[in-house]
Design a protein around this ligand. Structure first.
Ligand SMILES: [Zn+2]
Length: 246
């Protein structure tokens, strides 16, 4: 199982004698882990960092946050997937698969029927290594909505990477809330893809403009040469007229 924390709120108090710091900190990040403990540890790290900043802003000139107590006051741990090690809990709605580093998770051109979510590890787009998908990120949605086939190779980034393949149609029957969440994330992914495409198009347009300018310059140069030629022809005929050798 993978877990994630929803709407986590933590209380952080400073142990420095007489310090009134007692802040409520809400986690808005999507924190996931393989156990509830993992998620809580991860969440507390983030809360501590946020508390340090908050504390410094208030009492930073006097002392820094000293051995703070951090406790969760609200928030629920949600199971994200079924057991990743066995195939028993696989359903029509979601299937899990584990990969080794370098494995091809999606192949360009394959028929797309699922949206993928990184449950553990990471993956990246083959032709654009800068575009990395980490735990909680979804990919593969563009194909579902745009052209029905996978638009790029997606490569596994590290050993043990686990990917959930969601069938949105089946999932919306069993877990409409998760389906809606995935759909929203997928739309965001599509917007990312679209904005990347837009920047590619922008660059192409700029290149084209440059080309046009070059060919515009060439046209000008040619008509200038043509004018010069006409001028010289005129001069030659004038010269011949004056010095008739008939
Ligand atoms: Zn303090």
């Amino acid at each position: 199982m993978a877990y994630k924390l929803k709407k986590g709120i933590f209380k952080v108090a400073c142990k420095h004698p007489g310090c009134p710091f007692d802040a409520e900190i809400e986690i808005t990040q999507n924190i996931m882990g393989m156990t509830e403990e993992d998620v809580e540890i991860e969440a507390k790290k983030i809360v501590k960092d946020m508390a340090l900043i908050k504390h410094d802003a208030m009492f930073g000139t006097k002392h820094s946050l000293s051995s703070p107590t951090i406790r969760k006051t609200s928030g629920i741990f949600e199971a994200v997937g079924a057991k990743t090690t066995s195939l028993i809990n696989q359903s029509e709605a979601v299937k899990y698969k584990e990969y080794k580093k370098g494995d091809k998770i999606l192949k360009k051109g394959d028929i797309a029927t699922t949206i993928c979510e990184v449950v553990k590890g990471s993956a990246f787009v083959d032709k654009n290594k800068a575009h990395t998908y980490n735990v909680g990120d979804t990919f593969g949605a563009a194909a579902l909505l745009i052209n029905q086939t996978r638009t790029a190779d997606i490569i596994c980034g590290e050993d043990g990477t686990t990917i959930a393949f969601y069938n949105l149609k089946e999932l919306s029957k069993k877990d409409p809330r998760k389906a809606k969440e995935l759909y929203t994330e997928a739309m965001e992914d599509i917007f990312d893809v679209i904005s990347e495409m837009e920047s590619v198009i922008d660059n192409l347009e700029k290149e084209l403009e440059k080309e046009n300018m070059v060919s515009e310059n060439r046209k000008e140069r040619i008509s200038a040469l043509e004018r010069e030629l006409l001028e010289s022809n005129k001069k030659i005929s004038e010269f011949e007229g004056k010095h008739s050798f008939k």
